[in-house]
Design a protein around this ligand. Structure first.
Ligand SMILES: Cc1cc2nc3c(=O)[nH]c(=O)nc-3n(C[C@H](O)[C@H](O)[C@H](O)COP(=O)(O)OP(=O)(O)OC[C@H]3O[C@@H](n4cnc5c(N)ncnc54)[C@H](O)[C@@H]3O)c2cc1C
Length: 479
């Protein structure tokens, strides 16, 4: 099947999945007022592939059908540059506010299939074959995946990954005639109400864990026993003037409970194989998947800079403090762009014919973003001041008696009309101050684990060869 359309995607959401929101079970995400905007946004992402076919579509290497470029297994630097264009198109759609558009998991699974040799170690040949077959199905059916990697540890003093066996964490119960039975919980499945399947794969290594926790698989969202508990919605009614972002870009996040769930044998990629579980994420995953996340981040930073500039201009704020803050956001955006370019230019063959980015600039950007994005929101709120709250709604502009007063007292600097001023500052508040903004800030702080843990991990694995050489020149000098 060629790349799906938005309508085909929306039809696929009508099944017997168990998604809970606000204490109620959702029957059809598209019909739910708090989920409709997100569902339609993901549908638009599917349609976007047909709006920009040169950037977003390519022939499937085996069937020749037009598939999404994000499913491509990169075989050269040119492939990665081509994929960049497709990722940028999707990122621009939500100006980076939706982090888990389907291209994120498409890129991840293309990388896993490209390096199936990393999965086929320690007797896991069948798991690796299942993974390659699944990626073919994923790209041909153009599924939307949610994923959950993180163990739902309720007591941090016991560590951040299971030690020994913990029955609350996702684990195998028994083998069944058609696969295996699993039970337990995981966090946090973003995009769950808007997905066809749930992917489970490793995050941090867990050297002391029971092998029963070492799991990776992919299953349909309507698999019996699978339960998703969504956080409260941050979506607002779809009024493009009043809520230009909150009306459509809430991608949702859900806690996942596996209450005796059967995983079909052909969908198991790792079952109880600790060496596989503890190693597959450390080799090439980062250098591949981070192209998607960092193109998104760069796009969002560019948008934030443009938005902040418009806000400042709308009220004639050109004082040194404002200019300094605007320049700060520009610096973040430019460093993000530079890191993505450096990663792509430094791409190389990782093995098995697969090419990925140089992971070092990606790592540096990844550990910076959890600190940059909250600062960007702070700057937008500082520049916005009370103006982000002095914004009449569209209905107020429609009132014939109120309109002349709004036009007189709420106009902006220069020739900025009251209407344009309200639009700009509503966009600013929706980006940096609304409930959606708050959720998005939390996302940027934690979606690829916390900034704190990222810094620790990077320090532990960074290559010190050159730094040591520079220091040794002085320490080894004859005195
Ligand atoms: C909005 C959102 C969406 C997400 N979507 C997904 C998704 O779709 N799929 C998925 O799998 N995951 C997702 N995640 C990520 C995941 O669920 C976790 O939030 C993330 O991995 C952080 O986990 P943690 O709480 O264990 O963080 P930690 O790394 O433990 O950090 C929490 C805090 O603990 C402290 N800390 C950090 N390191 C240490 C340390 N070594 N010792 C002591 N304290 C430390 C820091 O103060 C840090 O802020 C999402 C997260 C958010 C917020």
């Amino acid at each position: 099947m060629p790349a799906r359309t938005g309508a085909q995607f929306l039809n696929s959401l009508r099944d017997s999945r168990e998604v809970w929101l606000g204490g109620q079970r959702v029957t059809d995400p598209q019909e739910h007022p708090a989920l409709r905007g997100g569902a339609e946004a993901i549908a638009s992402v599917y349609d976007l592939h047909y709006e920009f076919p040169d950037d977003c579509l390519m022939p499937d290497p085996e069937t020749g059908e037009q598939i999404a470029v994000s499913h491509m297994i990169p075989r050269s630097k040119d492939d990665l540059l081509r994929r960049h264009k497709a990722l940028r198109r999707v990122a621009e759609f939500s100006v980076g506010l939706m982090g888990r558009t389907p291209d994120y998991m498409n890129v991840t699974y293309a990388g896993f299939a490209g390096r199936s040799d990393e999965w086929g170690i320690n007797g896991n040949e069948e798991g690796a074959e299942n993974l390659v077959a699944f990626q073919k199905e994923l790209r041909r059916s153009d599924l939307s995946l949610t994923h959950t990697l993180i163990h739902a540890m309720s007591d941090k003093s016991k560590g951040h990954v299971p030690s020994g066996f913990d029955e609350t964490q996702l684990h195998t119960v028994e083998k069944t005639e058609h696969g295996m039975l699993v039970r337990g919980a995981r966090v946090l499945a973003t995009l769950a109400p808007f997905s066809d399947e749930l992917a489970v794969y490793p995050s941090q290594p867990m050297p002391d864990a029971s092998r029963r926790h070492a799991l990776s698989f992919c299953i349909r969202m309507d698999t019996p026993g699978l339960k998703f508990i969504c956080r409260d919605s941050v979506s607002l009614p779809d009024n493009r003037f009043d809520h230009p972002l909150s009306g459509r870009f809430d991608e949702q996040d859900a806690f996942v409970i596996f209450d005796n769930v059967e995983v079909p044998r052909n969908r198991i990629f790792c079952a109880g194989n600790l060496p596989v579980y503890n190693s597959v994420m450390s080799a090439s995953w980062r250098a591949n998947a981070m192209q998607q996340t960092m193109v998104r981040a760069w796009t969002k930073l560019e948008f934030a800079w443009g938005l902040a500039c418009r806000m400042a201009e709308a009220i004639g704020a050109s004082d040194p403090v404002t200019l300094q803050m605007l320049g700060e956001i520009w610096g973040f955006a430019e460093l993000a762009r530079s890191a993505v370019m450096a990663g792509e230019q430094g791409a190389y063959h990782y093995g098995n014919g697969a090419w990925f980015l140089d992971g070092r600039p990606m790592d540096a950007l990844r550990m910076s973003l959890p600190y940059w994005f909250p600062r960007v929101n702070e700057i937008i709120r500082l520049i916005g001041s009370h103006n982000v709250l002095a914004t009449p709604a569209s209905g107020a502009f429609d009132d014939p008696a109120l309109r002349p007063l709004i036009d007189k007292y709420l106009r902006g600097a220069g020739d900025t009309s009251s209407y344009d001023r309200a639009r700009i500052f509503r966009l600013g508040w929706d980006f940096a101050g609304s409930a959606l903004a708050s959720r998005n800030e939390q996302y940027e702080r934690f979606y690829l684990t916390s900034g704190a843990r990222n810094r620790q991990n990077i320090q532990m694995r960074a290559d010190r060869t050159e730094a040591d050489r520079l220091v040794d020149r002085f320490l080894q000098e004859k005195v």
